[in-house]
Ligand binder design. Structure first.
Ligand SMILES: [Mg+2]
Length: 272
């Protein structure tokens, strides 16, 4: 039996003083995942909306420091849910980026995968589309099978069928999250590389900005790796596996409180 102890993470709220010391004189640049980080995980992904209190904090945050949201959601869907101008957004796990000035990155880069994704969508619809509780979504740069609402007894079959469709598409790669299985372009691209590109494009250098990234799922690990060198990673929730994040917040409510603390700290900084 394998018994690996999970590394203990420090609370980003309880250790707030330490976080601020690490940041030093640099400004914060805050990047966040959406589902499970800014909003609690819900049975139907369509009903994951920002709490008005969270939206209010994000409105203040975007005026105080660079703010971005990097999600597995389709970019248009994410933009509708966030509903704020002046925030950097990345959809499809970073394959589709809209900088805060509205500039788009990545569109032409991955458009060659469209036909393959369409074909995979058709095959997945045939293979698992009729299973109760399964939802298949074609995002601009991914095909996602949502099975949170499927019967427990069907989950093994859904994943087996997903594997079998995936094996027919050499130009796509599999990615898994909390009760989702996805096919993405097979490319060296992820939330981490997307975050690095955003930092470069928005002129947020190592000397001037300390980067925070908060996320809760497997695809967030790539971004945690990147911020190890540029700032800190914050895991939202209770990790059930090893994570590259060093800090933790127990829930989206705690993440909101953390951003409020950062804002209060920035006000103090600006008054000096
Ligand atoms: Mg998430």
């Amino acid at each position: 039996m394998q018994c690996t102890e999970l590394k203990a993470l420090k609370s980003a709220l309880k250790c707030f003083g330490e976080v601020v010391r690490e940041m030093g004189q640099r400004n914060p640049a805050v990047f966040l995942d959406y589902d499970g980080s800014l909003t609690p995980i819900v049975d139907d992904p369509d009903s994951a909306f920002l709490h008005p209190a969270t939206k209010a904090v994000l409105m203040k945050a975007k005026e105080a420091f660079p703010l971005g949201i990097i999600s597995g959601r389709d970019l248009d869907d994410l933009a509708r849910r966030v509903g704020l101008e002046g925030v950097t957004l990345a959809g499809s796990h970073g394959f589709d980026i809209m900088l805060k000035d509205g500039r788009r990155l990545g569109e032409g880069r991955w458009s060659g995968f469209g036909m393959e994704l369409d074909l995979a969508l058709k095959e997945l619809a045939e293979a698992v589309g009729r299973i109760g509780g399964v939802k298949i979504e074609r995002k601009r740069f991914a095909v996602t099978v949502h099975y949170r609402q499927a019967r427990a007894g069907d989950k093994e079959r859904i994943l087996k069928e997903f594997d079998s469709v995936a094996s027919k598409h050499e130009s796509l790669r599999k990615s898994y999250g909390k009760t989702v299985a996805e096919l993405l372009p097979k490319a060296e691209w992820n939330k981490g590389t997307a975050l690095l590109e955003i930092l470069t494009e928005e002129g947020l250098s190592e000397q001037t900005h300390f980067v925070f990234f908060a996320g809760d799922d497997v695809t967030d690990e790539d971004a945690f790796k990147v911020v190890k060198r540029r700032g800190i990673g914050i895991f939202v929730g209770e990790p059930e596996r090893q994570t590259e994040a060093e800090y933790q917040l127990s829930s989206p409510d705690e993440l909101r409180s953390f951003i409020e603390r950062l804002l209060a700290n920035e006000c103090v900084k600006n008054r000096q």
